[in-house]
Design a protein around this ligand. Structure first.
Ligand code: ZN
Length: 286
């Protein structure tokens, strides 16, 4: 007879989806080449359906970060994602990098993105992911002003959410003076757990021209998950995937393999980010 010892282990897994579509190319880079734009369109025509089918198959609910431009272009898809029980998070309007914007411009973009989501699903988003993972010094204050509960754009931890600070004093000449911790929770991300750097082809070598094999990426992603499970008592494993990148057959098959790998562990729950934020706050883990 085998004896299962009680465990305090608790892990949350967020397979977050950044549904950029055209905005990724139009916004920061202002590219209008039909072939480049069609890479974004692939995400809406093909990639998003494959992701939704996969999540449905494993009964996983997740968070989709969507720019207002994508929401306004594809309201039916966004409604469908919402009706399937997934969370819709804010991801700018046309993928503007907040760090490139003045405070009033950034606030305008946040308001515009909120309106697009609210118009389609009838609810305001509570989660935010900065386009390009490039928030400005004003972003946290603006998100608090707009009643957001969490952000998922920064990298000061790996598996442990933390409270965002405002008004750090940053200097090259003297030590950093840390500002005040706020109620806004950061659910951290990292480029290594994002499909884009691994798989997004660029014709400019300086921007990376990766076309990794899925087995290499599986090794990296499952390796990080396994580390969290083995070494930490609790944690959040956050993956970031893009329909226009991960939708390709060999890659989506690898994501399924990863889900199968993670599902072997009984202390693991797949969750939406807003559920993770509430859980970690309510249990005073952070
Ligand atoms: Zn994006």
């Amino acid at each position: 007879m085998s004896l299962e010892l009680p465990t305090n282990k608790k892990y949350h897994v967020c397979f977050t989806v950044d549904f950029d579509a055209f905005s990724l190319w139009l916004g920061p880079n202002q590219v209008t080449s039909p072939t480049v734009l069609s890479r974004g369109e692939y995400g809406a025509r093909v990639g998003i359906g494959r992701i939704l089918d996969l999540l449905e198959k494993y009964d996983i609910r997740s968070t989709f970060f969507v720019p207002g431009h994508t929401t306004d272009t594809y309201p039916d898809i966004i409604e469908d994602i919402h009706e399937r029980g997934h969370e819709i998070g804010h991801h700018g309007y046309c993928h503007e990098r907040p760090n490139d914007l003045q405070r009033d411009e950034e606030e305008e973009v946040i308001d515009k993105g909120i309106k697009s989501i609210e118009d389609v699903i009838g609810e305001k988003p509570v989660g935010y992911r900065s386009p390009g993972w490039d928030p400005s010094q004003n972003t946290i204050e603006l998100l608090l002003k707009k009643d957001f509960v969490y952000d998922s754009s920064m990298m000061a931890d790996d598996f442990t959410p933390y409270r965002c600070r405002v008004r750090d004093k940053i200097s090259k000449e003297k030590p950093i003076e840390f500002g005040k911790e706020t109620d806004l929770l950061e659910i951290p991300v990292h480029w290594s757990l994002d499909d884009f750097p691994h798989f997004a082809f660029s014709e400019e070598p300086s921007k990376g021209s990766e076309l990794s094999s899925p087995s290499k990426v599986f090794e990296i992603w499952s390796g990080d998950f396994d580390y969290m499970y083995d070494k930490l008592e609790k944690g959040v494993f956050t993956l970031t995937i893009h329909p226009q990148i991960i939708g390709r057959g060999h890659r989506i098959n690898m994501v399924e393999k990863l889900i199968e790998h993670i599902k072997n562990y009984r202390e693991v729950t797949f969750m939406k980010m807003k559920e993770v934020a509430n859980f970690w706050k309510q249990n005073k883990y952070v």
